[in-house]
Design a protein around this ligand. Structure first.
Ligand code: AMP
Length: 174
């Protein structure tokens, strides 16, 4: 099996979490296995060693796991995109719908230098609402989104339709 296949087979399905009818893809078995976690970071690191990325923007909370290791590996800064109300300084905010409910995300207004090349990263692409909201925030704060990366894509939810115009990379697809 290649790395993406090994990662895929380690993901645990949790039915009816956090609401009835949602099949939750639990990535914690990847975090707890050092070889698998490194393999996941390798997939992103190989992609961005020469991509020109200047900041990784990571979506709370599971995006932080992957982005922080990746940023350390590549020597690139990380910007947290958090649920509204969590960031301490001045923020831009964007409300959106997600697969199970609605929410708002925020970024610090001074997160990016004008035109800075940003890769957005999260663990999983479902409906795409969260990532679409995050791209708005990055652009509002002056960044240029050069790619959106997920470890996992739930292709049947067609989240890419909300992200048209942006390259999307997701090595594990259900
Ligand atoms: P969405 O905005 O619908 O693309 O939802 C993406 C966010 O919700 C990501 O941060 C995921 O971690 C989480 N998420 C949504 N659906 C699932 C699912 N079925 N399994 C695991 N995480 C999910």
């Amino acid at each position: 099996m290649n790395a993406a296949q090994r990662i895929k087979s380690a993901i645990r399905d949790v039915p009816d979490f956090p609401k009835p009818g949602i099949l939750f893809k639990d990535i914690t078995p990847i975090l707890s296995d050092p070889a698998l976690f490194r393999a996941a970071i390798d997939l992103f690191a190989e992609r961005h060693r020469n991509s020109g990325v200047q900041k990784f923007a990571a979506i709370e909370a599971r995006g932080f796991f992957f982005a922080s290791a990746l940023c350390d590996r590549l020597g690139v800064g990380m910007i947290p995109i958090r649920k509204k109300g969590k960031l301490p300084y001045k923020t831009f905010d964007h409300a959106y719908d997600l697969e199970y409910g609605s929410a708002a995300v925020s970024v610090h207004q001074d997160a990016f230098r004008p035109g800075e090349k940003v890769v957005l990263i999260d663990d999983l692409l479902a409906t795409g609402g969260t990532a679409a909201a995050a791209t708005r925030l990055i652009e509002q704060a002056g960044g240029t989104v050069i790619e959106i990366d997920f470890l996992v894509e739930l292709a049947f939810l067609n989240g890419r339709a909300k992200l048209t115009g942006y390259p999307v990379f997701a090595p594990v697809v259900f």
